[in-house]
Design a protein around this ligand. Sequence first.
Ligand code: GUN
Length: 279
Amino acid sequence: MTLLLNGFELAKQCRAALSEKIKTLPRAPRLAVILAGSDPASAVYVRNKEKAAREVGIESAVYRFESITQKELLTLIDSLNKNTDTDGILVQLPLPEGLDEKEILQAIDPAKDVDGFHPLNLGKLMIEEPAPIACTPKGCLKLIHLARQNLTGLSAVVIGRSVIVGKPMAQLLLKENCTVTAAHSKTKDLPELCRKADIVVAAIGKPKMVKADWIKDGAIVIDVGINRLKDGKLCGDVDFEACFNKCDAITPVPKGVGPMTIAMLLENTVEAMERRLSL
Ligand code: GUN
């Protein structure tokens, strides 16, 4: 029987646990979210983050800008860094053209970097020092652990090498003692590589690209993709229906990785407050 890795349910459990924990804190954790530009998908993601934060007892302040300059954005981040009442800062990506994403992300105080995108935090992940971990890969790992606790010795293929997902995901799996291949658009014979993998994480952004004959019997398949088809339906980077019976465990789209990304943002916000206030 294939295990459906239900991110919707797991995220609900994570949020319930966080909600209980927040009740024991001296004050509500505070998250600042910056949304620049008019990308409709980003607007939806930010609304979902805001709602999820409110429901667990995190106070969120959303700064929305149709247009903003690099300097103005850096000034806002500087003031949020200095504000002792702000525990976490998130700048929704992608930023509009003309803004320098790297400079913006590096301007966030690493202690308030609830996305784990600051170079210092990415570096800490490399050397296995405690640090905020990017929300999507952190959520993916929790989903993988639903299927299997001990990943030692397993082979994993991560498809996609973004700083947001692919690179930290590969690092997390390495830390779990997997043998990891970081695959990408220039990788030769990707299907053959995947066929040898016990774990496949697809973060490509191409609808249903991972086919059933890419999957080894009994593999764990994690689908990070959220693609909108012409008929308006959502689908992942994995051909879910075709792959389902071959896997030991697989995430659906929607209700797989997506809800976990938000739950991990809430967890990172609580952890940032605890670290800052030495709780
Ligand atoms: N855009 C897509 N995913 C993410 C994420 O996890 N964090 C931020 N800040 N922007 C994103």
